[in-house]
Design a protein around this ligand. Structure first.
Ligand SMILES: Cc1cc2nc3c(=O)[nH]c(=O)nc-3n(C[C@H](O)[C@H](O)[C@H](O)COP(=O)(O)OP(=O)(O)OC[C@H]3O[C@@H](n4cnc5c(N)ncnc54)[C@H](O)[C@@H]3O)c2cc1C
Length: 450
């Protein structure tokens, strides 16, 4: 998979503060490499300011997104369990997750000793397959499947390898995009509706180049990524038979946010974190040698817990155009983001909680991890063109349409107001579905009028 990532030497960006910008170019984008962890936001996330007084509420609520979550979930085929957790609403599952060895090990002691709820990770079904099978077997569940469906309608033109370099805007109406193909062949494509979903920072690069958005004070601001690094790992010796019995199940668990659900603040921090857990073997060859008489009947497994914490939306975390340009003549990006005390405290707390969790589960040789990730490393970057009712304080409206440019929709992570602590892709898809319906309704209305 490494070869799919953009080479930073070939496509550089400026790091005002250390920032890891992990990009995959080509049809399908980073969804061709994702793990499939899929969690809804809840009202607590959309209305976070109402809960703790920090930042800005989203201009849309959970209820508005529900039908689009459902549509995205049916498409992604999520495997999970009905858990009835208000801060992590259930999805529509294509299949119930069976109990894994990881869940069997952690669930009960976590509930009994710490009152912490452990659930199977909610995974898009395609992530169950081996990596090499993904593209061939699972097209129906990847973005490629959606594109293939579109192509079959005969109304979709796919320009593989084309790079959009600029938006074409007349007055306050989008008219299309300028494209570079190969190294230098420039052309234009025209449309009265343009959906920008080139990934958070790439979409914002195009917006920053747009003359009529230059005066917007929030464009490029409030960059977020999930903070990682708080966690713990240790070892258990398992009978090989138990491993063999459950090896078809993904050994992944999820611990939904449990901090600041009823409270506003805990241990000096607001918001919370979700914990992703897995049980892995450091010696897969020993697992394979199950029947060999030379090997023991138990196997040492590593139990890993890692937290993903909410990043506060802060004006000073930003992206801007740099003075240097790339090989297509586009200004490079200058990215400057750093964690604040809240993120540090979140991860300290996560490290303590993960360690306690492993202790109560009888895990041995526990090591606590608490070094914060470099911003960007979670690959969950969001913000920089946020949505809102007020054009003075946001870039797009609650339908994701730019306040200043009619017909221009920004539906990837760029339009996010806060980061939550859940993996973001499911919510990105739901928001895109919502904006698509807005456009469809507008066209149908216009058609009826003419
Ligand atoms: C290894 C890995 C594991 C992950 N696991 C998870 C997970 O379990 N759960 C989760 O929720 N998220 C996960 N993510 C994050 C997830 O992949 C992203 O949230 C998601 O892909 C973002 O979608 P996007 O369409 O905004 O951006 P991308 O997936 O990056 O797609 C952007 C697309 O736009 C194209 N593009 C960019 N600029 C231009 C331009 N100027 N002109 C034309 N085209 C352009 C790109 O080529 C690409 O095709 C993971 C990411 C990685 C890398």
């Amino acid at each position: 998979m490494a070869e799919r990532f953009v080479n930073d030497f070939e496509q550089p960006y400026e790091q005002i503060e250390p920032f890891a910008w992990l990009r995959m170019q080509g049809v399908g984008g980073r969804l061709l490499g994702w793990e499939g962890q899929s969690y809804r936001f809840s009202e607590l996330d959309f209305m976070a300011r109402a809960h703790d007084g920090y930042g800005t509420n989203w201009p849309i609520n959970y209820k508005r997104l529900v039908p689009y979550y459902e549509e995205a979930e049916r498409y992604l085929r999520i495997v999970g369990t009905t858990d009835n957790i208000p801060q992590l609403p259930d999805s529509i599952y294509s299949k119930a997750a069976a109990q894994s060895l990881a869940e069997g090990l952690i669930r009960e002691p976590a509930a009994k000793h710490l009152g912490i709820k452990v659930i199977p990770a909610r995974l898009s079904q395609r992530s169950f397959a081996k990596r090499e099978q993904r593209e061939s077997d699972e097209r129906g569940y990847t973005p490629l499947g959606a594109i293939e469906q579109g192509l079959r309608t005969g109304r979709l033109t796919l320009r593989t390898g084309a790079i959009v370099t600029e938006l074409i805007v007349e007055g306050n109406q989008v008219r299309g995009v300028q494209i570079v193909e190969g190294e230098s062949s420039i052309s234009e494509a025209y449309a009265n509706v343009v959906f920008l979903c080139a990934s958070t920072l790439e979409s914002t690069r195009l917006l920053l180049r747009c003359a009529c958005l230059k005066s917007n004070k929030t464009l490029g601001r409030y960059l977020m990524d999930h903070v990682m690094g708080g966690g713990a790992f240790g070892y258990v010796d398992m009978p090989k038979a138990a491993l063999a019995a459950s090896k078809r199940e993904p050994q992944r668990i999820y611990i939904p946010r449990f901090r600041n659900i009823d409270h506003r603040i805990t241990n000096g921090f607001i918001r919370g974190y979700g914990i992703q857990g897995k049980v892995i073997t450091d010696s897969p060859e020993e697992c394979l040698a199950e029947k060999s008489s030379r090997v023991t009947k138990t196997i040492r497994l590593r139990v890993v817990l890692s937290a993903f914490g909410e990043c506060l939306a802060r004006y000073e975390n930003s992206v801007a155009l740099s003075a240097t340009t790339d090989r297509w003549g586009r200004p490079n990006l200058a990215i400057g983001a750093r964690w604040c005390k809240n993120e540090e405290r979140l991860m300290q707390d996560a490290a303590t909680q993960c360690t306690r969790l492993l202790e109560v589960c009888g895990v041995k040789d526990i090591q606590t991890t608490s070094m914060l990730s470099t911003p960007g490393l979670a690959i969950h970057e969001v913000g920089t063109a946020r949505m809102g009712e007020n054009p003075e304080e946001s870039v797009v409206d609650p339908n994701c349409e730019a306040h200043a440019v009619r017909g221009l929709f920004v539906t990837d992570g760029a339009c996010w107001v806060s980061s939550g602590c859940q993996n973001p892709t499911l919510t990105m898809l739901a928001i895109t579905g919502m904006a698509c319906e807005v456009v469809t309704r507008r066209f149908n209305l216009e058609k009826r009028r003419t």
